[in-house]
Design a protein around this ligand. Structure first.
Ligand SMILES: Cc1cc2nc3c(=O)[nH]c(=O)nc-3n(C[C@H](O)[C@H](O)[C@H](O)COP(=O)(O)OP(=O)(O)OC[C@H]3O[C@@H](n4cnc5c(N)ncnc54)[C@H](O)[C@@H]3O)c2cc1C
Length: 414
């Protein structure tokens, strides 16, 4: 707990809920709290419009965004993901078979939709600014008090803001989390994600393709038209090599790695890179404090899970806040925060573990691990119920009833 003292010169601003951070987690949390009827402060230095990444939002996330009234504005900017394909491009002795997941097998039009982070952030910001219950305070939080009955922050420009609940969405280096004394497990990967958008001559056919390289995945995700986003996970040296290549050479190299499935490629805009790391907060709550999004969990960009998990945090907290509001209960009570903690733990741990294991299975030279990964993907390619279970769990964990898997599988049971 960090105290800041009060300044007689600055009048304290008081709200029901205080959200710190205006990334997609913070923006959606502010909208959710405000729509439940809470007077909500959103405190952040601004919204990021320089992020060149795209986000694949899975079906549960688009349902949630629809519920808070923003999906209709995002859909026209998005490309559907109808099929997801995994290709073993490791060139190793033991290789996994190609697996394609098709949303039609789940009677869905699409698994989800991919869109540019800039568009996502812009639409969410516009919605937050238009929401009467949200006050956007453009400032950086620097001092924190988490008291018995309120949370209070001080900003670098001297404002004091208090609320019954503080929602920390200030990202992986969260000051709020640190001030509350919530520890983290943190680890690094020897990998860097090189990210860019591409125009190409062949249609992507609404299919996202993940080539598994020995350095990590090389994932092409559809954007509208003949465009895709690329996340290429490399060693730090490999990433540097790609980044320093002249554009024509880089484009030829990308086409080679993509096995020319999209034809000729042209890089559209900047090439950005993100060193990969992992983080799990030891608790997602503290006194008068809830952690959401990357403040609570970070892992490598495999299988489009990061923000989708963050939006499930927002949904879970939003549901508890709406219930508290309906019963006129304290939105920052110990009981509410204990229920939030209990609700989120399993989902966060299981996603982090699964993504970490898949990433490490690509990096390892151990034959038994390579064999296990290949066997898993072989079963997924051949066994219909298992494939459908993986697809369901990938897009909305725990939402669908589990099918009965009877072993041993009949030959051709898929
Ligand atoms: C290469 C790559 C590709 C990815 N692709 C996908 C994908 O396809 N699908 C998916 O679901 N996820 C994906 N992710 C993960 C996703 O990008 C993150 O989960 C998401 O951006 C996290 O959003 P956030 O709002 O939690 O945090 P951030 O976006 O980091 O937002 C933090 C906010 O807090 C603010 N802030 C920080 N400190 C303070 C302070 N002291 N006071 C006030 N404000 C503060 C910052 O200004 C910022 O606005 C990907 C990640 C990477 C690296």
């Amino acid at each position: 707990m960090t105290g800041t003292g009060t300044s007689a010169a600055t009048a304290e601003q008081t709200f029901d809920i205080l959200v710190i951070g205006a990334g997609p987690s913070g923006l959606t949390a502010a909208l959710t709290a405000a729509q439940a009827g809470y007077r909500t402060a959103l405190v952040a230095p601004g919204v990021n419009f320089t992020d060149g990444r795209t986000t694949a939002l899975l079906q549960a996330s688009t349902d949630f965004l629809s519920g808070i009234g923003v999906w209709e504005k995002l859909l026209p900017l998005s490309a559907p993901l109808i099929r997801m394909r995994m290709v073993d491009a490791t060139g190793r002795l033991i290789r996994a078979p190609e697996v394609t997941f098709d949303s039609a097998e789940l009677d869905l039009d699409a698994f989800g939709y991919n869109l540019r982070n800039r568009d996502l952030n812009r639409v969410l910001e516009e919605a937050a600014r238009a929401e009467p219950n949200v006050t956007f305070i453009e400032a950086t939080a620097s001092g924190f008090v988490f008291g018995d009955t309120f949370a209070q922050i001080t900003t670098t420009d001297g404002q004091q803001i208090s609320a019954r609940l503080c929602v920390a969405a200030d990202g992986r280096k969260s000051l709020a989390r640190e001030a509350a004394g919530i520890g983290v497990n943190r680890w690094d990967y020897p990998q860097v994600a090189v990210v860019m958008n591409l125009a190409h001559t062949q249609s992507h056919q609404d299919t996202s393709t993940e080539f598994h390289q020995t350095t990590g995945p090389f994932t092409l995700v559809p954007l509208q038209g003949r465009n895709s986003s690329l996340v290429c996970v490399e060693t730090p040296e490999g990433a540097e090599r790609l980044r320093s290549m002249p554009r024509p050479e880089l484009e030829r190299e990308l086409e080679r790695r993509a096995h020319s499935i999209l034809g000729k490629m042209t890089v559209d805009g900047d090439v950005q890179s993100f060193p990969l790391s992992g983080l799990t907060a030891k608790s997602v709550s503290g006194q008068r404090l809830a952690l959401i999004g990357e403040t609570a969990h970070v892992f490598p960009p495999i299988g489009a899970q990061g923000l989708n998990l963050g939006l499930r945090d927002v949904q879970s907290l939003g549901k508890l806040l709406a219930e508290a509001r309906a019963q006129d209960l304290d939105p920052g009570s110990e009981d509410l925060l204990a229920r939030y903690e209990a609700d989120r733990r399993t989902d966060i741990v299981s996603r982090t573990t699964a993504v970490d294991a898949l990433n490490r299975s690509l990096l390892t030279d151990l034959l038994p691990v390579q064999a296990m990964r290949s066997a898993g993907l072989y079963l997924a390619s051949r066994v219909g119920p298992l494939r459908r279970l993986l697809m369901r769990e990938g897009i909305a964990p725990g939402k669908f009833p589990k099918p009965k898997l009877s072993l041993p599988f009949r030959k051709g049971a898929a």
